[in-house]
Design a protein around this ligand. Sequence first.
Ligand SMILES: [Zn+2]
Length: 384
Amino acid sequence: FYKLCENNNYVKKEAIANNVEFSGTSSKGHGLEITINLSKPEKDPKAIAAAAHATGKKYPQCALCLENEGYLGGYGKNARSNLRIIRMNIGGRPWGFQYSPYAYFNEHCIFLDQKHIPMVINQQTLINLVEIEKTLPHYFVGSNADLPIVGGSMLAHEHYQGGRHTFPMMKAKIKKNVVFDDYPEVVAGIVDWPMSDLRLISDNSLDLIELGAKIINFWDHYSDSARQIKAFDGKTRHHTVTPIMHREGKNFVLDLVLRDNNTSENYPLGIFHPHKELWHIKKENIGLIEVMGRAILPGRLKSELEEVKKYWLGQDNKMAISHKEWADQIKAEQNITAENVDAVMQQALVEVFEQVLQDAGVFKNNADGDEGWDKFITALTRQI
Ligand SMILES: [Zn+2]
């Protein structure tokens, strides 16, 4: 099926081949992957939040809806005449399975509810992820969070993403084990990762689903005012998770990444969102692919960063002013030559992405963050 979607040019193999891609290790010791995606437009987080509430009749209702299959397009709507969708049942409901035309990684696929209904993260999500992992054990599958800022760009239509790729987060180890007395068959722990990831591992998928749902529910109501972590404003919910599942042999591995979408005067786009000094590289929401350590950076950077390199080497350049402070800082720290300029740029992007993920983490990778984790885990294990 993937071959078919490549051959009919739905998966745009040639455009994808132009993307920039490399991997590295941050100064904090986290393996990370960087991609500059030339086929995908950069989206504004405010516009994504507005679209989540947009109603009214359209055809197709959104870019994920089933009626896009074979759609000829027109009046600002993309043609999808070569899109094909496999029908499958997930959790007792009719769903579809298709490949993504942008392909952020190998065999990047999308699972979509056949109905245009909003995204939601709950126990049923975990049941669905397990079912998909039983059907396609060689693929990972995950859902974006179901709230703006911390979620994906398509909140109005229930869907998951998956594919055949081992992400850096999947290779990251548990740094501190957590014991849940009532679930002896589940190995659990905090993962050594810039974002806040609680991992559950078990071959008992029922226990994994039950415990995972309890953790999600607990986090949804958990606040820690010392760390600006706040579950609710009145009836407005601010907490959710990015749940991601993959298989290791007979085991199911569930990563629950804790998310908080609060804003403040200092951080109008999100307290746990890339902060302003990083926007020249990354301003968009941190969705599940990036949560797992694969940066999807905007296409404009390919030419912009060439200008930064010229600036470093003292050549004529048209470097955007937005990059200057960052470029000057790196220049001051090391001797940049024609020989090492590419390596310096790659490492600089790895460090920016590490910081992007740190900003999005609710418990930071420092002593205060460890204290926050301890407080949360103590309250959680007392309840479960
Ligand atoms: Zn839709």
